[in-house]
Ligand binder design. Structure first.
Ligand SMILES: Cc1cc2nc3c(=O)[nH]c(=O)nc-3n(C[C@H](O)[C@H](O)[C@H](O)COP(=O)(O)OP(=O)(O)OC[C@H]3O[C@@H](n4cnc5c(N)ncnc54)[C@H](O)[C@@H]3O)c2cc1C
Length: 439
């Protein structure tokens, strides 16, 4: 039974997006893009600005999936640390991937400024508060790696994290000044406006049902029409379905769920994230939180696979808010919503060439606001003919996960396992604190 009515805060506070219609009849384009989230729209925008004739097909409405429901945290880089990426891919390819991924926030905030997108954009940084001394040591190593690459990153003491977040829960942290926040639905709708102004055609309620190659072009069928194009970009992330079975089996969709409080009273608000940063902590099942423009606290964490969350799933999110901010006990929770995050086997996003003229970019592992925008630009560059070596991002073979049909079960089990691990860490920390006070 559902505990709450599901409604996203962003759907209430975003300006309306442009109106689109379903595709009907036969269309031609130089490039067809399947998926109208950040990846697809960024690709379409960069292609249209380069003079290409582009059609975007979106299965539902713009922003109905991850790009319109996420936490709006603009995070530089991918999950792996820079040194790890260089060890994994070699110093040259790894180094270029680090630079490309780190450029994400610059691209997002530049597009917002250039296209006048009204999306509550702030750029005061992104905080990783540490939940243990071991996690803090890991953050210190991360900070040192970014310093070597000249990035604007600070290591924070316990007192500094307390001052910046208003939470006494954390023992230190990392502030990455390149990051920031957006109202995610307003951002994706703003991109859609920019795409149409640049001359591309967007069709909503137009799922690509079949993709075939005929006489030198790709042919996409939708319920009421079709598009032919020599180049097709698949940008469907966690929603990747049967259109390309191999691609579908490269990602595992995992739920993430968010709650938003009522606006926090002014006096308290001055102490909670007073400078407007976003934060994602270091638990295995991390909690990400921020304020919106009206001073509501928005917190997200792993969700439930059920379509409608049960009471205890929702309560877990309330408890997380109260654990981080005991001063918010008693505040009303007014919005509850979730979506699917696409996880990959190596925790990295991927750009694939599935066949000549058929590209795909996906798998952001919960870090897609900046990276999906970058991926769209990469896909556009490749579609415009940039050689792979000039992309600054590897083009990798499609490696479907073995036993993918069991991945849902695996993801559920992993979530439970990580939840237990976090539980043990919490108990250990409590026991250590007690021992410290007794000593
Ligand atoms: C709850 C939640 C919180 C998150 N928080 C953050 C965060 O704070 N920071 C961050 O960096 N990342 C976050 N993410 C991840 C981020 O939202 C995604 O990585 C990013 O939005 C992916 O963009 P996309 O365009 O690739 O995919 P999507 O936004 O999912 O867009 C894909 C689109 O393809 C469409 N589609 C699928 N199949 C077809 C088809 N056959 N035909 C036509 N269209 C099709 C879908 O309808 C969808 O609109 C979060 C994700 C979730 C779910």
């Amino acid at each position: 039974m559902s505990a709450v009515a599901l409604q996203s805060l962003w759907s209430v506070t975003a300006p309306p997006g442009p109106a689109f219609t379903p595709l009907s009849g036969t269309q031609r384009a130089q490039t067809a893009v399947i998926g109208g989230g950040y990846t697809g729209l960024s690709a379409a925008l960069h292609l249209a600005e380069a003079g290409r004739d582009v059609v975007v097909l979106e299965a539902v409405e713009i922003g109905e999936r991850a790009s319109g429901v996420n936490g709006g945290q603009v995070i530089p880089g991918v999950k792996a640390d820079p040194d790890a990426l260089e060890a994994m891919l070699g110093p040259y390819a790894g180094g270029r991937l680090v630079t490309t991924a780190a450029s994400g926030p610059d691209l997002v905030f530049d597009l917002i400024a250039r296209h006048g997108i009204q999306c509550e954009a702030t750029r005061t940084g992104w905080i990783q508060p540490a939940t243990s001394e071991a996690a803090l040591a890991q953050l210190a190593r991360r900070a040192e790696q970014w310093w070597r690459r000249g990035a604007a990153v600070d290591l924070l003491s316990r007192a500094e994290v307390l001052q910046l977040t208003g939470s006494a829960l954390y023992c230190g942290g990392l502030l990455d000044r390149r990051g920031g926040t957006v109202q995610p639905l307003a951002y994706v709708r703003g991109l859609a406006h920019a795409v149409t102004r640049a001359g591309a055609r967007i069709f909503t309620q137009s799922p690509a049902l079949r993709l075939t190659r005929k006489t030198g072009a790709w042919h996409i069928e939708t319920p009421q029409g079709s598009v032919s194009a020599p180049v097709v970009l698949i940008a469907t992330d966690a929603d990747t379905g049967a259109l390309n079975e191999q691609l579908r089996r490269t990602v595992v969709p995992v739920p993430s769920f968010q709650v938003a409080t009522a606006p926090i009273p002014a006096a308290l608000r001055r102490t909670i994230l007073p400078d407007g940063q976003a934060a994602s902590d270091t638990w295995q099942l991390l909690r990400y939180f921020r304020l919106d423009a009206s001073g509501r606290l928005v917190l997200g964490s792993r969700g439930t696979f059920a379509r409608t969350p049960a009471q205890h799933d929702v309560q877990r999110h309330y408890r997380a808010v109260h654990e981080i901010y005991p001063q918010l006990k008693g505040i009303k929770f007014e919005y509850h919503w979730g979506g699917m995050v696409a996880m990959t086997r190596d925790n990295l996003p991927h750009l694939h060439e599935l066949a000549p003229g058929l590209l795909a970019g996906l798998g952001y592992n919960g870090r897609g606001v900046a990276m999906a925008t970058v991926m769209g630009r990469l896909l556009a560059r490749r579609a415009l003919g940039a050689p792979v070596v000039e992309l600054g991002f590897p083009v990798t073979p499609v490696l479907p996960m073995p036993f993918h049909s069991l991945s849902g079960l695996g993801a559920r089990a992993t979530i439970q396992y990580l939840r237990c691990m976090d539980g043990f860490t919490r108990v250990g920390a409590r026991l250590r604190t007690r021992a410290l006070f007794r000593a």
